[in-house]
Design a protein around this ligand. Structure first.
Ligand code: HEM
Length: 166
């Protein structure tokens, strides 16, 4: 029997039949998916500010970095709270291992982003090299969390609204 013909495990079969519709949505559009773009962009922007500060030494980039690191963390926590609500409220989402992979990557990201902001508030001079290193690490975890979040939607159909009129 070839691999494509192998029977699907009854557990996987049951999980794939569970509802994965978003519980925190506006007119069927998941709020989490709409809100994650802001922290993603701001984490990368903080990394950009640090590279520019390292390169040119202009303190403008130091100040811009504090603000973008702060908003990256706060908006990330807000998006994470909505994501956590989805994870806990929707049975088809919380029963998928992929959801927990994404949640763990995202919580690692939020921890790094929080540390990155706190470091700048406590000691602006610590941006080089520690802040720059944290910004680079946060960007890597943004990629990991975003990749796994995208898989939830594109591979598992989480939160997808399919209209019967189209
Ligand atoms: C901290 C806890 C988090 C949990 C439990 C969580 C959970 C989820 C869930 C259940 C989805 C599927 C869509 C939905 O139902 O809304 C999702 C999608 C996604 N998440 Fe998260 N999430 C968290 C934090 C984050 C953070 C901090 C980011 C990035 C900064 C992020 C990036 C994404 C992305 C990019 C998607 C796909 C959205 C799309 O393709 O439109 N998540 N997440």
């Amino acid at each position: 029997m070839s691999q494509s013909e192998s029977p699907v495990s009854p557990v996987i079969q049951r999980i794939s039949e569970m509802d994965t519709s978003s519980a925190v949505a506006v007119a069927g559009h998941p709020i989490h998916a709409m809100s994650v773009h802001f922290p993603i962009a701001l984490v990368i922007a903080t990394f950009g500010c640090d590279v520019f500060y390292w390169w040119w030494g202009d303190e403008f980039w130091l100040r811009a970095g504090v603000w973008s690191a702060g908003f990256a963390f706060c908006l990330g926590v807000a998006a994470g709270m909505v994501g956590t609500a989805e994870l806990l409220l929707v049975r088809g989402i919380r029963n998928r291992a992929a959801s927990w992979t994404h949640a763990i990557a995202a919580m690692m990201l939020l921890s790094i982003a929080g540390m990155n902001w706190g470091l700048r508030l406590a000691d602006p001079d610590a941006v080089l090299p520690l802040g720059l290193a944290l910004s680079a690490l946060a960007s890597v975890f943004t990629g990991l969390a975003g990749w796994h979040g995208g898989k939830l939607i594109l591979h598992h159909g989480v939160g997808i609204m399919v209209s019967d009129q189209e």
